[in-house]
Write a protein that binds this ligand. Structure first.
Ligand code: FES
Length: 106
């Protein structure tokens, strides 16, 4: 399955990531600029902020309380479809998911 990461400047990059891998690790493994993942996925840094494309946002489980709280501390303003990419785990239904990298992470 693949993910389409779109940078704030409009540049798009499509990368294959394995089922079960989260979208933060998928990004850092492929050198996607702008997703830092400083805490390694422990939901304590909020430097993996992405905005999910409308078509896929509804397919995701809602953020849990911790993610929801961390989303209030992102460097770029929170948007309706903002999520922490370390909490989005690739599955068959998410094949082709499109996410926009937040304008800044720090
Ligand atoms: Fe730190 Fe996602 S990697 S909150």
């Amino acid at each position: 399955p693949y993910v389409i990461y779109t940078h704030p400047n409009g540049e798009r990059k499509e990368v294959e990531i394995p089922l079960g891998q989260n979208l933060m690790l998928g990004a850092t493994a492929h050198g996607i600029d702008g997703i830092h993942g400083d805490c390694g996925g422990a939901m304590s840094c909020a430097t993996c902020h992405v905005i999910i494309d409308d078509a896929f946002a509804a397919l995701l489980p809602a953020p849990d309380d911790t993610e929801n709280q961390m989303l209030d501390f992102t460097a770029a303003p929170r948007e309706a479809n903002s999520r922490l990419s370390c909490q989005i785990v690739m599955s068959d239904v998410l094949d082709g998911i499109a996410v926009r990298v937040a304008d800044s992470q720090v």
